[in-house]
Design a protein around this ligand. Structure first.
Ligand code: AR6
Length: 171
């Protein structure tokens, strides 16, 4: 099945989807940016579940993903993935970012998720170049083979990302 791919400009905490993805850090204990927004809007239950995951498996490695429920958010699940911090090693950073999308999608598939929303992972504090990050995100989403996911939403918070995704998705 080929999922529908959509672009929305706005705040991912407002999205009604089965799963929203969080651009977390390896501590899983929250931070700023979209991570801060998700924990603020979702309430303490998400952090509590993150703590339990940490107690069980330790930190979350870059490129990997874990899941919690979504607390007070309109989604069912939050998939927390850890993007790479951009360091000019384009090959390595690109592989790790691709892993974030692929592992999040695989986790979503295993949960029977039909709709999933992604923020622009690593393009904030982690300084990944936005053009390259968008190319990787769109490619991973388009390559993904799925039986359950019907819709994938890219949620762009800033205008620059919105422009980049608009152009890429119209090609
Ligand atoms: N909804 C959707 N996208 C958002 C929102 C929102 N409410 N708020 C920001 N963005 P960042 P990173 C966009 O910095 O670069 C955190 O402290 C933002 O415009 O949130 O992966 C974590 O704990 C940008 O395009 O995540 C980590 O320590 C994108 O989300 C670190 O930041 C990602 O920006 C992760 O850095």
């Amino acid at each position: 099945m080929k999922p529908k791919v959509e672009l929305i400009k706005g705040d991912i905490t407002k999205i009604h989807a089965d799963a929203i993805v969080n651009a977390a850090n390896s501590s899983l204990l929250g931070g700023g940016g979209v991570d801060g927004a998700i924990h603020r809007a979702g309430g303490p239950k998400i952090l509590e579940e993150c703590r339990q995951i940490r107690n069980k498996q330790g930190k979350c490695k870059t490129g990997e993903a874990v899941v919690t429920t979504a607390g007070n958010l309109p989604a069912k699940y939050v998939i927390h993935t850890v993007g790479p911090i951009w360091n000019n090693d384009e090959k390595k950073c690109s592989e790790l970012l691709a892993g974030c999308y692929k592992n999040s999608l695989e986790l979503a598939e295993s949960l029977g998720v039909k709709t999933i929303a992604f923020p622009n992972i690593s393009t904030g504090v982690y300084r990944f170049p936005k053009d390259l990050a968008a190319e990787i995100a769109v490619q991973e989403v388009k390559n993904f083979q799925t039986e359950t996911i019907e819709k994938i939403i890219f949620v762009c918070f800033d205008e620059e990302n919105e422009k980049i995704y608009k152009k890429l998705l119209n090609e």
